[in-house]
Design a protein around this ligand. Sequence first.
Ligand SMILES: [Zn+2]
Length: 190
Amino acid sequence: MPKIVNVEEELPKNPDVNRVWKLRKSSSVDTIVVHQAACKGATTRGIAKYHTSPTEDRNNDGRVDAWEVNHLSAKGAPRICYHYTIERSGIVYKCNYHWDVVWNAGSRRINKKSIGICILGDFSGPDYDGKQKPTKAQLKALEELIWHLRVSDIWSIPDKNIKGHCDVKRSKKSCPGTIIMNFIEKTYRT
Ligand SMILES: [Zn+2]
């Protein structure tokens, strides 16, 4: 069992209290989607802050510059857009509840039935040149977390439904990167 730190109530939230996740029955989960942060030095708190900040004219120059736009949603996401993050040390943070429909996969259909896990770091993949590799501790924690989710909950998650984000139609091909995709292939597809 990996070390899991519960931070569902501690991470930055959207400033609009009415902006909340849709809820689901836990039994509707049958998929895990693995992501990467694609940013060196990203922290769970930093990602949460970014995902939940509405687009605004932060430097008050009368126009919204590219860096001020929230790419997920102009109003910002309700909360961080993953259920779990895995930091470089291998520590796992639980960021949302399993009943939250989290916008992780870029597909409403997959979001409704998936658990999103983001591995922090900047990893290479198709058309993307990352600056880091996942740590051994992160890959070990990923495998243990998936095992833990599969045995301790009422879900039935078949091997083929353990996916990289790039397996979802029309998604970024560089997420979660080549090393993690090879790890998923080796662990769950052979
Ligand atoms: Zn992704």
